[in-house]
Design a protein around this ligand. Structure first.
Ligand SMILES: *[C@@H]1O[C@H](CO)[C@@H](O)[C@H](O)[C@H]1NC(C)=O
Ligand SMILES: *[C@@H]1O[C@H](CO)[C@@H](O)[C@H](O)[C@H]1NC(C)=O
Ligand SMILES: *[C@@H]1O[C@H](CO)[C@@H](O)[C@H](O)[C@H]1NC(C)=O
Ligand SMILES: *[C@@H]1O[C@H](CO)[C@@H](O)[C@H](O)[C@H]1NC(C)=O
Ligand SMILES: *[C@@H]1O[C@H](CO)[C@@H](O)[C@H](O)[C@H]1NC(C)=O
Length: 392
């Protein structure tokens, strides 16, 4: 669905896309990206303060026109979760809001074959050292908590300041849809849950143990782009905030379980010494399925307040055959602290949430060369921008 509010300037303007951006200042902003004779512009078309005090993550159900928003509520005992109905004009209207465990920072949908009319999502709670699961009715956007898993550490990890307690940081669903992974920055683990296919409930499995002090944050699975290519390899790439690490694992499914075998490890600078105080944040596969893109926060690689995006090759040009990982260089983020970014397959673009620049930027992505393109548009917002997602 496209947004109809288009300022028609000289008949040459078209709305390319709609995006939603979350700011710690308590807003979720609907942005339109328009293009006029090659010049791009990001404009605010609606804004909601219905997601609580510190919106931290957005999850879009594009088909059902519902945006799910996590509120980290940084200084509060509890966070909140809110579903927002997306109006035809881009307005966001609260459906339900529920209190949850402290510090929700990332969530992901999954499904259970036995309950086709339900959807589910899991939430990683950084401050609350917890993982929660929810069931939702995708048509109404109403959701209920099903499970709460809380964790403790017997003693602090090697990085005592950051690893004082378990800190669930990410949620990733495996390509079979049967397993949910939650990297835990505090515990140096990737927690693993089996999704019960009849109930959608999460069943804890033995975790994947990460390097001590590495601080697992986010991850992404790779499978061949086309299913029928004869190669059925599955890879998992984990980024770890405290070591700026990128670790590759071969994934197998012995006897209905999931198993990981490490085959590659580097850092988000391709093995070079990471600049002081830099912290890797987000990881994504390119739409072509042959590049891994990471965001580095606070490295000032391209000058003051201009951090970097790191690109690695991980598959051949078809995106079907996994190859040795190659470091393909650093590219400007066009701002400070790219905490999260999303690549758009339709547009061949990257939208970045620049936390310390209080801005969203959109850059190009050249699928042929596998490189980020130039800065296309920038929009300053109020407060730290921590998440941005594409609608169309
Ligand atoms: C946007 O749409 C909603 C219903 O979807 C309506 O209540 C609201 O008045 C509209 N706002 C504008 C500015 O058109
Ligand atoms: C709010 O946080 C407290 C403290 O962690 C927790 O016991 C309680 O269950 C939370 N409330 C909800 C609704 O999750
Ligand atoms: C949520 O809970 C309400 C009240 O118990 C129930 O009617 C509804 O079906 C539940 N929805 C989901 C998606 O679990
Ligand atoms: C496979 O899993 C089943 C059920 O958990 C178990 O009974 C069986 O022993 C396992 N087989 C092997 C070869 O591990
Ligand atoms: C690294 O950065 C921190 C905080 O910005 C600063 O206190 C420290 O002196 C820096 N260390 C080096 C070696 O530059």
């Amino acid at each position: 669905m496209r947004i109809a509010l288009v300022p028609l300037l000289f008949g040459a303007t078209s709305v390319a896309s709609t995006l939603y951006a979350a700011s710690y200042a308590g807003t979720v902003t609907t942005l339109s990206l328009s293009q006029s004779r090659g010049h791009y512009e990001l404009e605010t078309i609606a804004q909601s303060s219905d997601c609580g005090v510190n919106p931290s993550w957005l999850m879009l159900d594009r088909e059902h026109r519902v945006l799910y928003c996590l509120d980290e509520a940084v200084d509060y005992t509890n966070g909140t979760l809110t579903s927002l109905a997306i109006g035809a004009n881009g307005t966001l209207t609260r459906i339900v809001q529920r209190e949850t465990m402290a510090g929700p920072v990332m969530s992901q949908f999954y499904s259970a074959p036995g309950l086709p009319n339900r959807k589910f999502f899991a939430v990683a709670h950084y401050e609350g050292s917890a993982v929660t699961s929810y069931s939702l009715d995708p048509i109404t956007g109403v959701f209920n908590r099903s499970q709460t898993f809380t964790y403790t550490l017997a003693q602090p990890g090697p990085n005592a300041e950051r690893q004082d307690a378990p800190h669930s940081h990410g949620v990733i669903v495996d390509p079979t849809g049967q397993f949910v992974l939650v990297p835990d920055l505090g515990a140096d683990l990737v927690r693993i849950f089996y999704v019960n296919p009849a109930t959608g409930l999460l069943e804890p499995q033995a975790p994947l143990v990460a390097a001590p002090g590495s601080g697992p944050r986010h991850g992404v699975f790779w499978t061949p782009k086309e299913a029928a290519v004869g190669q059925h390899e599955t890879m998992f790439y984990l980024v770890s905030e405290l070591s700026n690490g990128l670790t590759g694992y071969r994934v197998s499914y012995p006897n209905g379980t999931i198993s990981f075998s490490e085959f590659y490890t580097t850092n988000s600078y391709g093995g070079a010494v990471a600049p002081n105080a830099s912290k890797v944040a987000e990881i994504s596969l390119s739409p072509q399925n042959n590049r891994i893109v990471l965001s580095n926060r606070g490295d000032n690689t391209f000058g003051t307040n201009n951090d970097s995006m790191a690109v690695f090759g991980c598959a051949d040009a078809t995106g079907n055959v996994a190859t040795n990982i190659t470091f393909n260089g650093l590219y400007p983020a066009y701002g400070s602290y790219p905490r999260q970014f999303e690549m758009s397959a339709e547009n061949e673009m990257i939208a970045e949430a620049l936390q310390e620049s209080d801005a969203v930027v959109v850059t190009g992505w050249n699928g042929k060369t596998g490189k980020p393109g130039p800065l296309l548009a920038r929009k300053s917002l109020v407060g730290q921008v921590v998440a941005v997602v594409w609608d169309s």
